[in-house]
Design a protein around this ligand. Structure first.
Ligand code: NDP
Length: 291
């Protein structure tokens, strides 16, 4: 078994980006600028956002954190998005999800101008990606594709089972794995909460990508010998032995599944850091386009 070390690969990717930023700045251009909107005080969101801002610093990006209380009105949030859409000093921005219940995420996502939608959530970007056109690919699936590529994982002709069909992870992941390119050209099955015979389907997977948000849901008896397993899940599980009272675990029972795999991502240190690196990659693409 070999680890798909997202931490190491994301470092590599960020270093490449940092070098490109240095050249850009040496030529007299301003560095890429990523803005992040954070609404409310969801602890997990705060952690993700601070990791994104920190990653901007290490790569030489400018970053802006726009933080709002949970009671912000939808109207005010949309107005902020309009301002960022217009702001020529900002190359890309994201609205950290989830949003409070009184705000409609769909309306918010659709308000972001597609050329600055570095999270790749706007229907225009999702549609273009589905058609194989130039588009921002959402950061988590994009990061996974990059990880598979850098480990030279064979995907052509393989059976890829994607567990989960959300708009931000499972859905786009499945689209990318069936594309007529590398990494891709897989035969893809998408499983979800209404899937029958889930275990039998998972057992057929040469590549199993788990994105369901259920701690250690994928057990060893669901995994084929030699499979490549990508664990997207980030779940907080109570753990009184830890100072913070919880530990992070994926959707895969890593301890027992790892022995059966050819490759597997750890949690933490797998898909999470790749997501952040890919967000920077998308912002770099946006910045290149203005030069
Ligand atoms: P969602 O809750 O939006 O989607 C979960 C999906 O899993 C749904 O399609 C759901 O099916 C399916 N599902 C739920 N329970 C089961 C089950 N028992 N059997 C089969 N399918 C099931 O989650 P996300 O896609 O946003 O996130 C998934 C996980 O990935 C979470 O742990 C999240 O924290 C993590 N994540 C990690 C990121 C990273 O950077 N590493 C980034 C984003 C997310 P149905 O559609 O039928 O409801």
């Amino acid at each position: 078994m070999e680890l798909l070390d997202g931490k190491a690969i994301s470092k590599q990717l960020k270093e490449e980006i940092r070098e490109e930023v240095a050249v850009m700045v040496a030529k007299g251009h301003r560095p890429p600028h990523l803005a992040v909107i954070l609404v409310g005080n969801n602890a997990a969101s705060e952690t993700y956002v601070s990791a994104k801002v920190k990653a901007c610093k290490t790569t030489g990006f400018e970053s802006s954190l726009l933080q709002f209380p949970p009671e912000i009105t939808q109207e005010m949030l949309l107005q902020t998005i309009d301002e960022l859409n217009e702001n020529e000093e900002v190359d890309g921005f994201i609205v950290q999800l989830p949003l409070p219940k009184h705000i409609d995420s769909k309306t918010v996502i659709e308000r972001v101008i597609p050329t600055k939608d570095v999270d790749g959530f706007h229907p225009i970007n999702v549609g273009k990606m589905a058609l194989g056109l130039d588009a921002f690919i959402s950061a988590t699936p994009g990061g996974i594709i990059e990880l598979l590529k850098r480990y030279e994982i064979q995907t052509e002709g393989k059976h890829c089972v994607v567990l989960g069909r959300s708009n931000i992870v499972g859905g786009p992941m499945a689209m990318l794995m069936r594309r007529n390119t590398y990494p891709g050209n897989s035969t893809v099955t998408v499983a979800h909460s209404r899937t029958n015979n889930l275990k039998e389907i998972c057992l057929q997977a040469d590549i199993l990508i788990a994105a369901i948000g259920k701690p250690e849901f994928v057990t060893a008896d669901m995994v084929k010998e030699g499979a490549v397993v990508v664990d997207v899940g980030i779940n907080r599980v109570d753990d009184s032995t830890r100072e913070r009272g919880y530990r992070l675990t994926g959707d895969v029972d890593f301890k027992n599944v790892a022995n059966k795999c050819s490759y597997i991502t750890p949690v933490p240190g797998g898909v999470g850091p790749m997501t952040i690196a890919y967000l920077l990659n998308n912002t770099m693409i946006a910045a290149r386009k203005r030069m």
